[in-house]
Write a protein that binds this ligand. Structure first.
Ligand SMILES: Cc1cc2nc3c(=O)[nH]c(=O)nc-3n(C[C@H](O)[C@H](O)[C@H](O)COP(=O)(O)O)c2cc1C
Length: 319
C-alpha cells in the first residue's frame, strides 16, 4: 500500500457476518472471489467508507498488516483503481439494483424491525389536481381463457380509449403494495388531459402530476421502443425502495419485490385484456428517463416496469 494513495471500501463489497468474529465477503467486481475476513477487516471497511490514506488508518488505530490484508481481500480498493469509478456509478446515481440482486443470492437473516427504525412513510408526489374516475359495476370475473389466448399488442388504434374502460382496468387491478405506485402517462383517453397521473386506489382517482409531456420523453423511458406510441396510456409501476426494504428486510427482499411487481403487472395485463384492449409490458425501463417523464425528483423512487395499453385497431378485412 503506497502511503500517499487513498483507499476506500470496495463499493461492490457484499458481506455476511459469520459468528461475530468476522465475515464472508465477496467482491462484486469479481463475484467468484470470496474471502473470509476478520472482525478487524469489518471495522476497517466501516472506517474506510470515507477515503483515507494508510497513515490515516494507522492513526485511527489499525495495524499495517491488517490494512494490507484488507487490500488483498478486496475489502479496500484504491480510489484511483480502474473499475472503481465505474462501480461507483451505481451508488452515485442512487441505483443499487445490482447490489440488491447480488445480495439476494446470499442467505442473510432478516434484521428485526425495531421501534427506533419505523418504516418510512409512503411517498406521494404533489398533485396539480385530482380527477375522480367513474364508478364501474364489475360483475364478470377475469376470464382465464382470455388470458391464455392473449398476445402482446404493439400497434394501437387512433381513437381515444374510453374513460370507463380505463376506470375498469384500474378498479380490477386494485391496490398495489404500499411501496408500489401506478403512474399513468395518458396519451389519449376520453375526458382526460394529456399528462402524467398517479393512481390513488383508495379513492379511485387520478392525481395529475404533470400537465402534458413530449412523446420523445415517453419513448426514451421505454428505451426507444416505438410501440409505446398510439392511443391509450402507458402505466409505470414505481417502487419506493426504502419502504419496500423496511417491509421486506433481509437479502431476499429484492427478489420478493421483483416477484410482486411481476404479479401486479400480470394483474394489470389481465384487466386490460378483460375490457377488450391490448397491451405489451416490459421491465426494460430506462430509469433516469422515466424519472424525468414522471417528474420524480426524490431519490429512491424508481419505475421498474412499463405496460403500454390501449384500444386494438380493427383487423383489416380480408377479401
Ligand atoms: C423479462 C421480459 C422482458 C420483456 N421485454 C419486452 C420489451 O422490452 N419489449 C416488448 O415489446 N416486449 C417485451 N416482453 C414481452 C415479450 O416479448 C412477450 O411477452 C413474449 O414475446 C410472448 O409473447 P406474447 O406476449 O404475445 O404471448 C418482455 C417479456 C419478458 C418476460
Amino acid at each position: 500500500m503506497s502511503r500517499a494513495r487513498s483507499f476506500t471500501t470496495n463499493p461492490l463489497l457484499f458481506g455476511s457476518e459469520t459468528d461475530g468474529n468476522g465475515a464472508i465477503v465477496c467482491d462484486g467486481l469479481h463475484p467468484a472471489r470470496v474471502a473470509v475476513v476478520s472482525s478487524t477487516a469489518v471495522e476497517i471497511a466501516q472506517y474506510f467508507l470515507e477515503p483515507h490514506t494508510v497513515d490515516e488508518g494507522i492513526g485511527a488505530g489499525f495495524e499495517r498488516d491488517d490494512l494490507d490484508r484488507a487490500c488483498e481481500s478486496a475489502v479496500l480498493v484504491p480510489i484511483d483503481a480502474p473499475g472503481y469509478a465505474a462501480s461507483r456509478m451505481w451508488e452515485d446515481r442512487g441505483w443499487s439494483r445490482a447490489a440488491f440482486l447480488q445480495m439476494s443470492q446470499v442467505d442473510v437473516e432478516a434484521a428485526e424491525l425495531s421501534e427506533e427504525r419505523p418504516s418510512p412513510p409512503p411517498w406521494r408526489p404533489t398533485a396539480v389536481r385530482h380527477v375522480a374516475l367513474p364508478s364501474v359495476d364489475i360483475t364478470e370475473p377475469i376470464s382465464l381463457d382470455a388470458l391464455v389466448r392473449r398476445r402482446s399488442v404493439r400497434s394501437f388504434g387512433h381513437t381515444p380509449m374510453g374513460l370507463q374502460a380505463l376506470s375498469e382496468i384500474l378498479l380490477r387491478v386494485g391496490c398495489p403494495p404500499s411501496w408500489l405506485r401506478v403512474f399513468l402517462v395518458v396519451q389519449d383517453v376520453d375526458g382526460l388531459d394529456h399528462g402524467v397521473y398517479r393512481y390513488e386506489p383508495v379513492d379511485h382517482r387520478l392525481d395529475l402530476i404533470r400537465a402534458g409531456f413530449d412523446h420523445s420523453e415517453a419513448l426514451a423511458a421505454v428505451n426507444f421502443q416505438p410501440w409505446v406510441a398510439g392511443s391509450g396510456a402507458c402505466a409505470f409501476l414505481v417502487a419506493q425502495w426504502d419502504l419496500c426494504s423496511s417491509l421486506h428486510p433481509g437479502s431476499r427482499g429484492y427478489i420478493d419485490l421483483l416477484i410482486q411487481v411481476g404479479a401486479f403487472a400480470q394483474k394489470m395485463l389481465e384487466s386490460v385484456y378483460q375490457v377488450g384492449a391490448g397491451a405489451w409490458g416490459t421491465p426494460a425501463v430506462a430509469e433516469s428517463a422515466a424519472r424525468k417523464l414522471l417528474s420524480v425528483e426524490r431519490r429512491g423512487i424508481d419505475a421498474l416496469y412499463a405496460i403500454k395499453f390501449g384500444p386494438v385497431p380493427a383487423a383489416p378485412r380480408s377479401h
